[in-house]
Design a protein around this ligand. Sequence first.
Ligand code: ZN
Length: 272
Amino acid sequence: MTLFHLFYSCIAAAALAGAFILIIHMNRRRIRQQPPGGNWTAILKRNLPMFEHLTGEQRTRLYGMMHLFLARKKFEGCGGQEITEEIKVTIAAQACLLLIGHKTKAYPRLKTILVYPHAYQSGQKGLFGGDNGQSARLGESWNSGVVVLAWDSVLGGARNILDGHNVTLHEFAHQLDQEDGAADGAPILAQRTAYVDWARVFRQEYTELVDKTRRGRKSTLDRYGATNPAEFFAVATETFFEKPHQLKSRHPELYAELQDYYRLDPGNWQEP
Ligand SMILES: [Zn+2]
């Protein structure tokens, strides 16, 4: 092959790759621009009180991300659980709530959501320090592209937006953390320079929670966050969305980091 042919072969390959990326991008945009499904709004009003407080723009973004999520992820019922539209919409909405401020893709590494009716026994060694033996679980997030959830806990967590506990937000925060391949409590940040402040604030807050837990003292953050840095990020995410005012007043730096990352202020969705 002459240099001339090599040059034009490279140009053609680059053009082909560019066209392919453009088609993927256009397809993603087409999916996101579809109107919400017929029953979505009724399901969300019934199961997700947070939905009522979103702005019109946030609702539009939520619907778009839900379309992407539902088009690409497979739901499987386990333990006799039937997969219904209500289950898919309630899980997709909470998963996508984490994305509406800052993401254009919906969990690219995630393939399957397994749904049990209730707490289930898991023999899998949890990625975040689970037991080797059988243990009861409400949810799990696997690095291999699987999220496991107990439906009654999903529903209970969605309907109570003030207790700081939400298994769906928790497990999908783990998915965000795992996007770079490491479950270490640091998701992919928009700018490299942001990791310095993130590491400083999260190390400080995690150490404080570990110390408080050891001494039996209470915190706005659930003590489960003291398990390891990955659990701390997942618990901090639950608290950020469900107890925004308490988190902001008692842990302002942590709140500011999460606000920057999610590009959302859940404090606007609740009375102080
Ligand atoms: Zn966890």
